[in-house]
Design a protein around this ligand. Structure first.
Ligand code: ADP
Ligand code: MG
Length: 421
C-alpha cells in the first residue's frame, strides 16, 4: 500500500524534532550544527532505507530533513545531511543515480539561499518559507524525474498513473517539510518560554531581595538623619555647611529608596473618589515654581472634571514625575502643556513638551528601572510612575521625536457610577 508507506515516511521525517525535544531540551537549537546535521542525516538514511520502488525509481522523503537542516542550521548542517544522502544513494546504486544527484543539487539551492535571513523573520514567515522550500523541492524532483523519463522513455505505466503518483508524492513532500518546520518552531518556542520563565523567576527573587535590603537600610538612615538634624541645630561653626550637604544627600538617598520600594510593590493605600480636573490643576499650581525656575512655560487645558477612584498620593507622585521629566527635558523658553481629555469611560492626561525628545532606542527603554541619561538622575521616576498607573488599571504611552518633543499619554478608567460626586 502506497498510503502506508507515505505515512511511515512522514513519521520518520518528524523524528529529529522528537529526538531534540527529548534529549536536548535544555540547549538552544542553534548550539551544534554538527549534531543537527547528523541527526537529520540519520533520519534521511532511515527514510531511504524504507524507500519504495515505483515506476523504476526509488521514492522517499529524504529531502525534508535535508532542507530543514539547511534552513534551521545553515550550510554546515545541511552539507552533512547532503553528503550522507549522496553516500547512501551511491551505495544503493541503480539506474536513477544521475537523477538522484541532480535532484539533490537542485533541492539545496533554495534553502541554502533562504537560510541567510531565516532568523530575522517572524515564526509564521519561517514556516511559510519552509513551505515554499517544500514546494520547490517537489517541483525540482517532478521536473528532473520527468526530464529523465523523456530522455529514457516512460516506464511501463500509463502517463496518468505516473502523474497522479508524482503529484501525491509532491504534496506529501510539501506537507512533510511544513509539518517538520512547524514542530521545530513549537520546540524553539517552548525552549524560549522556559528560558524566559526561569529568568523572570530569578529577577523576581533578586527584586524581593533588593526590596528587603532597601527596607532595612531605611531604618538606620532615619536614625542617622535624626541625629544629624540635632547636631545641625547645635552647630554654629564651619561644620554647618557640611551638615546641610550631608542632610540633603541623605534626603536624596531616602527618596531613591522609597521610589524603589514603590516600584517593587506599588500599593494603593487610601483609595478614594477624586475629581481629576481639580486634582491636576492643584498639581500644576504646585509644580509651577519649578517650571518658572527653569524658564519653561507650563500650560494647562483642563476643562473636564471626571471622577476617578484612586490613591491620590500615588497618582500625584506619578503625574509629578512625568511633568518633572518634561520640564527637565525642555530648554529655556520651551513649553510643557498638560491636557485632560475624556473619551467614553476613559480619561486621558496628555503631557507634551517641546524638549529634546528621544531616539527610538531611548524610547524603547522608557520604564526600564535605573535607565537615566541625566548626570544626577536616578532612573526611577518613569519606572515607578508607569508601575503606579498600571496598578490603577491605567496605561502609559510615549511618543517622541528627537529635538522636537515628547508626548506622554496616561490613560485611566473613569468610575462608572458618577452619582456619588
Ligand atoms: P531620571 O529623571 O532620574 O533620569 P526617569 O525614570 O524619570 O529618571 O527618566 C528616565 C530617562 O527618560 C531620563 O533620563 C530621560 O532621558 C528620559 N525622559 C523621560 N521623560 C522624558 C521627556 N519628556 N523628554 C525626553 N526624555 C525623557
Ligand atoms: Mg525623572
Amino acid at each position: 500500500m502506497i498510503l502506508e508507506k507515505i505515512l511511515l515516511h512522514l513519521l520518520i521525517i518528524l523524528i529529529p524534532v522528537h529526538i531534540y525535544t527529548l534529549f536536548f531540551e535544555n540547549r538552544k537549537i542553534g548550539k551544534s550544527p554538527y549534531l543537527f546535521g547528523v541527526i537529520n542525516g540519520i533520519t534521511a538514511i532511515v527514510t531511504m532505507s524504507f524507500s519504495f520502488n515505483a515506476f523504476g525509481m526509488v521514492w522517499d522523503l529524504r529531502y525534508a530533513p535535508l532542507v530543514i537542516a539547511f534552513l534551521y542550521e545553515g550550510p554546515i548542517s545541511g552539507s552533512i545531511v547532503m553528503i550522507i544522502i549522496a553516500l547512501k544513494r551511491t551505495i544503493t546504486g541503480g539506474d536513477g543515480l544521475i537523477v538522484a544527484y541532480l535532484c539533490l543539487m537542485f533541492t539545496v539551492i533554495l534553502p541554502l539561499y533562504m537560510h541567510k535571513n531565516y532568523w530575522n523573520i517572524s515564526k509564521t514567515n519561517r514556516i511559510r518559507k519552509a513551505l515554499i522550500v517544500g514546494i520547490w523541492t517537489a517541483l525540482a524532483q517532478v521536473i528532473i524525474t520527468y526530464g529523465y523519463f523523456l530522455i529514457n522513455g516512460y516506464p511501463n505505466h500509463t502517463n496518468k498513473e505516473l502523474f497522479l503518483f508524482v503529484v501525491l508524492y509532491g504534496v506529501v513532500q510539501i506537507i512533510g517539510t511544513a509539518a517538520s518546520s512547524t514542530l521545530h518552531e513549537r520546540m524553539i518556542e517552548k525552549q524560549l518560554l522556559q528560558k524566559e520563565m526561569s529568568k523572570a523567576e530569578k529577577l523576581h527573587t533578586i527584586g524581593e531581595l533588593a526590596a528587603s535590603i532597601a527596607h532595612e537600610i531605611r531604618n538606620p538612615l532615619t536614625v542617622v538623619k535624626g541625629f544629624l538634624q540635632l547636631m545641625k541645630k547645635q552647630e554654629k561653626g564651619t561644620n554647618l555647611q557640611y551638615l546641610t550637604l550631608v542632610l540633603s544627600e541623605l534626603d536624596r538617598a531616602e527618596v531613591i529608596i522609597s521610589d524603589y520600594l514603590n516600584f517593587a510593590k506599588p500599593r494603593l493605600e487610601k483609595v478614594e473618589k477624586i475629581k481629576l480636573g481639580d486634582f491636576i490643576s492643584g498639581i500644576i499650581t504646585l509644580i509651577q515654581s519649578l517650571a518658572v525656575a527653569k524658564g519653561v512655560i507650563l500650560d494647562d487645558k483642563v476643562d473636564e472634571n471626571p471622577p476617578i477612584i484612586t490613591d491620590k498620593d500615588q497618582l500625584k507622585q506619578a503625574i509629578v514625575n512625568f511633568i518633572k521629566n518634561a520640564i527637565e527635558a525642555t530648554p529655556q523658553g520651551g513649553t510643557v502643556s498638560v491636557n485632560l481629555k475624556r473619551i467614553n469611560n476613559f480619561v486621558y492626561i496628555v503631557i507634551s513638551d517641546t524638549g529634546k525628545g528621544m531616539t527610538n532606542e531611548q524610547l524603547s527603554r522608557m520604564g526600564t528601572i535605573f535607565y537615566t541619561t541625566k548626570e544626577k538622575g536616578t532612573g526611577l521616576g518613569t519606572a515607578v510612575s508607569i508601575r503606579i498607573i498600571e496598578t490603577m488599571n491605567g496605561k502609559v504611552t510615549y511618543e517622541s521625536e528627537l529635538n522636537v518633543g515628547t508626548k506622554v499619554t496616561i490613560q485611566l478608567p473613569i468610575v462608572e457610577d458618577e452619582n456619588g460626586l
